[in-house]
Design a protein around this ligand. Structure first.
Ligand SMILES: [Zn+2]
Length: 258
C-alpha cells in the first residue's frame, strides 16, 4: 500500500526574463540527507507535489524520529501553521541565499536565531498541517524559489522514489571505544568482516578496543544478541559487534562505514 499525501498550497514563482548576476553565484552549501548518520530513508519526488521539487521522506515507524539540519546555517523560522499546509515547520537560512524547509513536524528542538551544524536535531517527524500520514516534507530553495534537491552535490531522483543513506553528522575519521565481552574465552579476530575470513589473532575478554569503522558481514549471535555488524579494530583486523559493548544497538553514530 502506498501512502497518499495531501499537497501543500502551491508556492508559485514566476521567473520573467533573464537574470544576469552582477557577481558569480556563491557555491551551494553541501546539503546532506536530513536524518542522523547512517540512517536509510525512502525519498519520493512527484510532479504533482507542491512545490514540485520537494522530497517526502519515509521509513518504517517514522513518527517521532529525529530530523537534523541538512547543512550549517541559522534557524530563521520555527512556525506552527496549525492544521494547514506545512503544519509545524522549521526553516534554516544558509549562506548564498539558500533555505531548507522541514515540514509536518511533530515537535521542535530549536528556536529562531539559533546556529545549527550538521547532525543537529531540529525537530521530529510528524503529520501536522495538511498531511495524512507521518513523513518529512523537505525543500531546498534558492532566493525563495524551490530548486531540485541535491545531497553532497548529487541530484535527487526526479521523478520517483529511492533510498537515501545519510552521512549527515558522521565525523569522518571518527572512532569509538568498545569493550569486548565474551564471558571468558578470547574473541577471535578475523582478517575480514565474517567468520569465513581467516583468524588472525584474539582479543581478551574485557579488553578495550578502538573501533575505526563498521561494516556488515556474517550474522553472529553473541553476548549482546544477534548482529551482522563487524568492527574494524586495526588494519585487516575485524571482530563481531555481537561481543562488543559500544553503548549502541546497531551502528555507532559518528563512526564511518568501512
Ligand atoms: Zn511533501
Amino acid at each position: 500500500m502506498r501512502k497518499r499525501w495531501f499537497s501543500l498550497v502551491a508556492a508559485g514563482l514566476l521567473v520573467a526574463g533573464t537574470l544576469v548576476p552582477a557577481t558569480p553565484a556563491m557555491a551551494a552549501p553541501t546539503f546532506k540527507v536530513p536524518f542522523p548518520c547512517g540512517q536509510v530513508w525512502s525519498g519520493q519526488t512527484r510532479t504533482n507535489h507542491s512545490p514540485a521539487n520537494a522530497v517526502d521522506f519515509n521509513r518504517t515507524d517514522d513518527l517521532g524520529d529525529p530530523v537534523v539540519a541538512s547543512a550549517p546555517g541559522t534557524v530563521d523560522r520555527v512556525t506552527d501553521l496549525g492544521g494547514t499546509s506545512y503544519g509545524k515547520y522549521v526553516r534554516i537560512s544558509h549562506p548564498g541565499g539558500y533555505h531548507t524547509y522541514y515540514a509536518h513536524l511533530n515537535g521542535f528542538n530549536v528556536s529562531v536565531g539559533q546556529s545549527v551544524g550538521y547532525g543537529r536535531v531540529i525537530g521530529y517527524v510528524g503529520s501536522t498541517g495538511g498531511s495524512t500520514g507521518p513523513h518529512l516534507h523537505y525543500e531546498q530553495r534558492l532566493n525563495g524559489g524551490d530548486i531540485q534537491v541535491r545531497f553532497n552535490g548529487t541530484l535527487a531522483l526526479y521523478w520517483g522514489t529511492r533510498n537515501y543513506t545519510s552521512d549527515n553528522g558522521c565525523s569522518s575519521g571518527g572512532t569509538a571505544t568498545g569493550t569486548v565481552n565474551t564471558s571468558g574465552t578470547p574473541l577471535t579476530v578475523r582478517s575480514g568482516p565474517g567468520t569465513g575470513h581467516s583468524a588472525v589473532g584474539t582479543v581478551a575478554d574485557g579488553a578495550q578496543v578502538t573501533i575505526q569503522c563498521q561494516t556488515t558481514g556474517t550474522t553472529v549471535t553473541g553476548t549482546y544478541g544477534t548482529s551482522s555488524i563487524w568492527d574494524r579494530i586495526g588494519s585487516g583486523r575485524f571482530i563481531s559487534d555481537a561481543y562488543v559493548y559500544t553503548g549502541h544497538d546497531g551502528f555507532i553514530p559518528g563512526v564511518p562505514r568501512c
